[in-house]
Write a protein that binds this ligand. Structure first.
Ligand SMILES: [Zn+2]
Length: 77
């Protein structure tokens, strides 16, 4: 019995992934079709700003913005 536990390469973002726009921690990745696997990384703010265009371009979107909630526990001020 073979368990299909292999995750696709788009499974998880790490804290080392940074927004291509501002350098903040990335919470979304967009892989563009025909770009040979090239991916763009976005923080929550910039992904929201570009989401419509990325979807329109047919990009494969990995959206982990739900994880932003995990960071709210850290006091900001
Ligand atoms: Zn950003």
């Amino acid at each position: 019995m073979t368990a299909a536990t292999t995750f696709p390469p788009t499974a998880e973002l790490s804290r080392l992934d940074r927004c291509d726009r501002c350098g903040a921690q990335a919470f979304a990745r967009a892989t563009l079709p025909g770009a040979d696997g090239a991916a763009l990384y976005f923080c929550g703010h910039h992904f929201r700003a570009h989401e419509d265009a990325l979807v329109a371009a047919g990009a494969d979107i990995l959206d982990e913005r739900h994880r932003l909630d995990e960071r709210v526990a850290a006091p900001e001020a």
